[in-house]
Design a protein around this ligand. Structure first.
Ligand SMILES: Nc1ncnc2c1ncn2[C@@H]1O[C@H](COP(=O)(O)OP(=O)(O)OP(=O)(O)O)[C@@H](O)[C@H]1O
Length: 287
């Protein structure tokens, strides 16, 4: 169930790289308890926008406000990336998988909770002394890791080296790892890339679970999703924002966006009779 005030408000975001305008005056909102998809042909500016939200880039112009359920507001464009992750509660995954491939699956989920454990250990002292506060935090971290292992169907692989998992399982582990940071906003950059239809269906199920049921701590998570696979986008998104050449060209529910002539033109050129999903899945004009 979404709340009245948006979780993320993007206002007049512009990101320039020299003369190239990757995002051009983009505004939209994303809500908690909803999946907001960001789509558009290759080079439309989707990843650049993610990089602004997660602090990898500082926008040239614009405001990015993340509002927590308790009303606290974080102005992301003014925060460094590590504070966006730790304090604002934004987690992300990348187009190319970035797991700790030499660690076990379970260890990947424990390491994701490093900050929480360090705080509980009084930055090592309580941990070294084995104090109850630290032991309790350690158990909580393990419980959370097991919870998400179960949700992404990787419990039987807990001891495997992450790098040895099949590709689809690595994608699911990345999402579990991000969820172990208990984010309010989860940003996923092409999570269905390279997945077969069965794995895409599993992914869709995980993402709708994250949207609907949220964390064991009771906090709802909003999902911001970049995805070229239109079968996934149209099936699970509550809200779709379309970019083309850095500008927002459409914004609404999947049905609205699918039938928007501006979107059809952006993906297909002038042939508005062709169906969006097939061509959009290729991710680019003329692809
Ligand atoms: N660091 C950078 N320096 C210069 N140009 C960049 C930089 N990052 C992105 N761009 C350019 O900005 C534009 C938007 O790129 P971006 O990666 O955001 O698009 P995208 O919609 O995510 O594309 P794709 O679907 O292919 O991942 C492109 O023209 C790209 O070349």
């Amino acid at each position: 169930m979404s709340q009245d005030k948006p979780l993320l408000t993007v206002e007049h975001l512009t990101m320039r790289f020299g003369g190239l305008v990757a995002n051009n005056d983009v505004s939209f909102v994303a809500r908690a308890g909803e999946i907001t998809a960001l789509i558009g042909p290759n080079g439309a500016g989707k990843t650049t926008l993610f990089n602004c939200v997660t602090g990898f880039y500082t926008p040239t112009v614009g405001r990015l406000t993340l509002r927590h359920p308790d009303g606290t507001e974080h102005l992301l464009e003014r925060m460094p990336g590590y504070r966006i992750a730790q304090q604002a509660g934004v987690a992300r995954t990348f187009q190319n998988i970035r797991l700790f491939s030499g660690m076990s699956v379970l260890e990947n989920l424990i390491v994701a909770q490093h900050n929480k454990l360090m705080r509980a250990s009084g930055f090592a002292i309580a941990g070294l002394l084995g104090l109850p506060t630290y032991r309790a935090a350690e158990k909580q971290a393990l419980d959370l890791a097991k919870y998400w292992l179960d949700r992404v169907k990787l419990t039987d692989f807990a001891d495997w080296e992450a790098g040895n998992l099949p590709y689809g399982a690595q994608r699911r582990l990345e999402i579990a790892r991000a969820m172990c940071t208990e984010p309010v906003l989860l940003c996923l950059d092409e999570p269905a890339a390279g997945l077969n239809p069965r794995e895409s269906a599993d992914l869709a199920e995980i993402l709708t679970f994250i949207r609907d049921a949220c964390n064991p701590n009771g906090r709802q998570t909003g999902v911001l999703l970049i995805e070229h696979d239109m079968s996934v986008v149209m099936r699970i998104s509550d809200h779709v924002v379309v970019l083309d050449y850095g500008r927002k060209i459409s914004d609404g529910d999947p049905e609205h966006v699918k039938n928007d002539p501006a979107v059809i033109r952006a993906y297909l050129g002038e042939d508005e009779d062709a169906a969006l999903p097939t061509a959009a899945a290729a991710g680019s004009k003329g692809a």
